[in-house]
Write a protein that binds this ligand. Sequence first.
Ligand SMILES: *Cc1c(COP(=O)(O)O)cnc(C)c1O
Length: 460
Amino acid sequence: MKYMTAEPFRIKVVEPVKKTTKEERQAWLQEAGYNAFKLKAENVYVDCITDSGTSAMSTEQWAAMMLGDESYAGCKSFYKLEESARDVFGIKNVQPTHQGRAADYIMASIYCEKGKYAVGNMHFDTFRGNAEVLGAIPVDFVIDEGLDTASSEHPFKGNLDTNKLQKLIDEKGADQICVIIITVTCNNNGGQPVSMANIKAVSEIANKHGIPVVMDSARLAENAYFIKTREEGYADKSIKEITREMFSYCETATMSSKKDGLVNIGGLFLSRNEDVFLQANQLAIVHEGFITYGGMSGRDMEALAVGLQEVCDEQYLEYRVKQVKYLGDKLKEKGIPIVEPTGGHGVYVDGRRFFPQIPQNEFPSQRLVCALYEEAGVRAVELGACAFGSKDADGNPIWPELETMRISVSRRVYTNNHLDCIAEALGDIYKKRDEYKGMKLVYEGPITSLRHFTAGFELL
Ligand SMILES: *Cc1c(COP(=O)(O)O)cnc(C)c1O
């Protein structure tokens, strides 16, 4: 397939984006309290705030939507989704939910126990919120290399540290751990993959001690592609063979289909434990909808059934992972400090190394988000002092280890020309990086772990 290095699709429908002036963007930033979540999307030129729910759907998906069966119970669209999900996960019992966080909520309600530990590589914030509400103690046991943004080139920085897990079991007793959750890929530290060997090792420890394993699988196909290309023994396996093996090591899986489902909304809860599945059905009926739609419309289930198949296409995944790496390489050429190797769904810029003069309590990564929007109309997101900061019992701030700006790349949406704009703008900001000062947090909501969505800032 020599020469065929372009995108594995052509464009049939386009959505115009608006060019704006720096003066306009400065005014909009100020109105938004220097919080990118409060900007109007129409005033964004390249939107990289998230890869969630932003995928472009294919002709096959749009065609499938016309077949949506909107019957309340037992609709055809559910059975198509069930078949597609069984094929990819290798798990028989499939409950749709309206988004990933609803599946998180159901999972947390079933597995979390008050005062017991929920161990993860790095928990996603919606699960963390659910666990805290239910009184469980979420702990992140990602390997140390996973927190090292500067030097480590570890191929699986999303791995869960089995020594830390074993130590907790030895010190507290296995009965004090209610669940182990492996998030694939690991979003918080760079969309970093988890190796098959690690998933297997964690599940062996868990099985020995009777602890259930759950996989939070929003980006399951990207993780499988990294296993295929980086882990010995998987080069000749198909993506679905790899996903099925990944999920053979867990009891239950949750998925936000807004990522690797290649759709704009939806989620899944799957379990091979019949009792757990029956409980999930009950919770779905109360909170989501009847068990054969769980908050999704028939047409959305049709689109997801097709999307789950398309995302396992290797030509798609090769393009996907290479496009993210393309942006990472462009930034590296300009000397910009990024998390390496680049992960599955975005490039993470190290805010502390970019702006060494701005201390963490003055939000260096948030400053960078604002600078990038101001300069080029590109919207990224802070994953650092604001999003991951917490407080001790006396209300004193605890600053997180990771301090990054995530540039998420939506699936099948932007061309490499758009990514070039980002690289050019960031390169220019980097050249004059000494001129920037930090920011002051002037408003935050009552729930610290969710403050980044509504926070207000001022420039220092
Ligand atoms: C997005 C995401 C969720 C939450 O899903 P929503 O569809 O946004 O509700 C949960 N876990 C992970 C790993 C995610 O990426």
